[in-house]
Ligand binder design. Structure first.
Ligand SMILES: [Zn+2]
Length: 396
């Protein structure tokens, strides 16, 4: 399963308006790939992924060996529960935690594909833990960003690697020639260099990297069908991880942050996404205008963009922004804990809708922070009301 970070309407705009045949070709190529990247996918079919220099195969399939491993992990959990009875992210009704409670540095591998368009990383790794600094500066940039992503999830949520169980982070730079996107394909992340006209270099943006690895974590903990409302929630979660990682890396409070994802990625525009004012991140002759509605009533209901996954994430982002700024402090504290716990406990169904998602955030908020009569719950309720989503309050 793969996700590109750029919404398709930007490519369509370029194709419609540019006089530059090369740029048109680049946009057509990226748009064409999007339809392949976003093919519908059922989780748990056991797609094995082999990548990298250590020949590790990852599979979701529960083989007898896998079941044995889960059993061992559950026994470890029980043991750990005796020593550490409170997991700060556990919620009632959540799926049993199946991961090792380690907090060692997660392996990170960065590859240079030298403009190749193969979706498998090259056989030679250019940078990993313990290796010297690479010659290619973009390899090092991505390695450093992956280190931040790893540190963020371990430090803030006690969560290790992509799957919570130490699965490594992999990034490949210089994907294709002047490629106008970055994407997560289930095995790792691939970064286009952009062309400096429609897009700058994707590997330069920590929040874009955080967004893409966020998709990996969603797929691992609570897969969400990448279409319609569940797809918009999927995109929203990836944006939330991206913005939190950016703020955490800069030690920024919610009041200090610009709440932009991919600031500077589109030449001449502010950013790729704007949490505070969805629909205003860009408006340039090349990219066209940001199309995100800022409230539920204006939501997109057609089939374009996988049913508006990059469009209807906007007002969800705005609700997160409104809630976080109404509390003050750090986004990754109370708002981050609530959002993460809903995912971590697998409380969302594969094709969940926005209303159910809203209910689960309210449930987690109530559970963690003093119930409905606490000071936090009304602020979350107010944020959801402001963006106009249908609200069904939890019973407790
Ligand atoms: Zn995405």
């Amino acid at each position: 399963m793969a996700h590109g970070v750029v919404p398709p309407h930007i490519y369509d705009h370029i194709i419609r308006t540019t006089n530059d045949p090369d740029l048109k070709n680049r946009a057509q190529s990226a748009l064409h790939d999007l339809s392949n990247l976003h093919s519908p996918h059922q989780p748990g079919q056991g797609e094995g992924i082999t990548a990298g220099d250590d020949d590790t195969t990852y599979t979701e399939q529960q083989t007898p060996q896998g079941q044995q491993e889960i059993k061992e992990l559950e026994q470890e959990d029980e043991q750990a529960d005796k020593n550490d009875p409170v997991d700060p992210h556990d919620l009632p009704g959540g799926r049993k935690r199946r991961q090792k409670r380690q907090s060692t540095e997660v392996p990170k591998f960065v590859y240079n594909i030298h403009q190749g368009c193969d979706e498998n990383p090259p056989s030679m790794v250019d940078r990993k833990i313990g290796s010297p600094i690479a010659q290619d500066p973009d390899v090092n940039t991505v390695y450093d960003s992956l280190t931040v992503v790893d540190n963020f999830f371990r430090t803030v949520f006690g969560y290790n690697g992509i799957d919570g169980n130490g699965r490594d982070f992999r990034g490949t730079v210089h994907y294709c020639d002047k490629y106008l996107n970055a994407f997560w394909n289930g095995a790792g992340m691939f970064f286009g260099d952009g062309d400096g006209v429609a897009f700058n270099k994707f590997s330069d943006y920590l929040d874009v990297i955080g967004h893409e690895f966020g998709h990996g974590i969603i797929d691992a903990k609570n897969p969400l069908y990448y279409y319609g409302q569940s797809g918009a929630i999927n995109e929203h979660y990836a944006d939330v991880f991206g913005i939190m990682i950016k703020q955490w890396n800069k030690s920024q409070t919610v009041d200090q942050s610009d709440w932009l994802v991919g600031a500077g990625l589109i030449p001449g525009a502010r950013a790729l996404r704007d949490f505070k004012n969805p629909g205003t991140a860009y408006n340039t002759p090349s990219a066209g205008q940001d199309q995100q509605p800022n409230n539920y009533a204006s939501r997109y209901t057609g089939r374009y963009d996988n049913g508006g996954v990059h469009l209807n994430s906007g007002f969800l982002n705005r609700a997160f922004y409104l809630f976080a700024t109404s509390l003050g402090g750090n986004s990754w504290d109370k708002p981050g804990r609530i959002w993460f716990a809903v995912l971590y406990n697998n409380l969302l169904t594969y094709n969940t809708n926005i209303s159910s998602f809203v209910t689960q955030t309210l449930f987690a908020c109530s559970y963690f922070y003093g119930g409905k009569s606490g000071t936090v719950y009304p602020k979350l309720l107010e944020a959801w009301r402001t963006v106009g989503v249908p609200i069904v309050e939890p019973t407790s």
